[in-house]
Design a protein around this ligand. Structure first.
Ligand SMILES: NC(=O)c1ccc[n+]([C@@H]2O[C@H](COP(=O)([O-])OP(=O)(O)OC[C@H]3O[C@@H](n4cnc5c(N)ncnc54)[C@H](OP(=O)(O)O)[C@@H]3O)[C@@H](O)[C@H]2O)c1
Length: 246
């Protein structure tokens, strides 16, 4: 369903970002470059308090220049996630975007897919968002908007896969969808809305800079995030507002 058509006159309008003073807080993983950096840029430009994570905070000059708080995070290490949660104790977080992700050897044929690559991609793209969300659950409960999102992909769709390839990446994002839709059910009674985002094919390092302009993708996703309501829990919503088929 097109994003702008989701609401009817009967839809209760919950608090939106503009209802909050001071402006809401967003935590973005992998915010030092690519989609994460642009998310940080656009939310910061709108006055949000941006908490951006980077594996190498000293190398995250672009993120720091936005006025964002730069926090160290290696998403595949539980000690790093726990340290982040400790640093953020008592910090209300309105929105999580679990954005950090990897793709390895997308063109690999079945016999070329290695166990090590497969497990590394799943650890980063599937397990880490869950571990991060679980670790900052108290922060989300302390926030007012209570939104937890993770970065999915059209490659997650089984029904839309008509060109094979990308075995590890597809599995990791389909798995993420499964994880996040379960989380959506688990956390709905707590008032936390869990939804998945699809950025489109975006020109970043991950795609060898092929695809749409990251500013357009992020502008679309920002609009989606700002208008999420509990009714959107478990959806996979594209930057253009359309749902990704399962
Ligand atoms: N670009 C696309 O077309 C596209 C399409 C669909 C979905 N996505 C998803 O969108 C998200 C962002 O992609 P992107 O295009 O911006 O990719 P990118 O330019 O390669 O950036 C990836 C980000 O994730 C971080 N990261 C990777 N592994 C990490 C780890 N173990 N711990 C902490 N941070 C880690 C990277 O940090 P370092 O700088 O330290 O490596 C970097 O900040 C990913 O989840 C990706 O799967 C992208």
């Amino acid at each position: 369903m097109p994003y702008g058509q989701r609401y009817t006159n009967d839809t209760p309008i919950l608090a939106t970002h503009s209802d909050f003073s001071p402006m809401p807080t967003i935590l973005i993983s992998g915010a030092n470059r690519g989609i994460g950096l642009e998310l940080a840029r656009q939310f910061a430009a709108d006055g949000w308090k941006v908490l951006g994570t980077a594996r190498d905070p000293d190398g995250a000059g672009d993120l720091k220049a936005l006025g964002a708080s730069v926090l160290p995070l290696q998403v595949t290490e539980q000690t790093s996630i726990d340290a982040l949660a400790q640093t953020l104790a008592n910090e209300p977080i309105d929105v999580l975007i679990a954005n950090a992700g990897i793709a390895i050897n997308l063109a690999a044929k079945p016999a070329e897919v290695t166990r090590a690559d497969f497990l590394k991609v799943v650890a980063t793209n599937t397990f880490a968002p869950l571990a991060l969300a679980a670790a900052i659950k108290p922060n989300l409960l302390a926030g007012q908007m209570r939104i937890a999102t993770a970065m999915s992909s059209l490659m997650s769709s089984i029904s839309a896969n008509d060109w094979a390839t990308q075995y590890t990446y597809r599995a990791s994002k389909t798995g993420l969808n499964a994880v996040w839709s379960a989380l959506a059910l688990e956390w709905a009674p707590l008032g936390i809305t869990c939804a998945l985002l699809r950025p489109g094919m975006v020109a970043t390092q991950m795609t060898d800079f092929k695809g749409i302009d990251v500013r357009d993708s992020v502008a679309g996703m920002k609009g989606v995030v700002e208008q999420l309501t509990p009714a959107d829990a478990g959806r996979i919503i594209g930057y253009d507002g359309t749902d990704v088929p399962w």
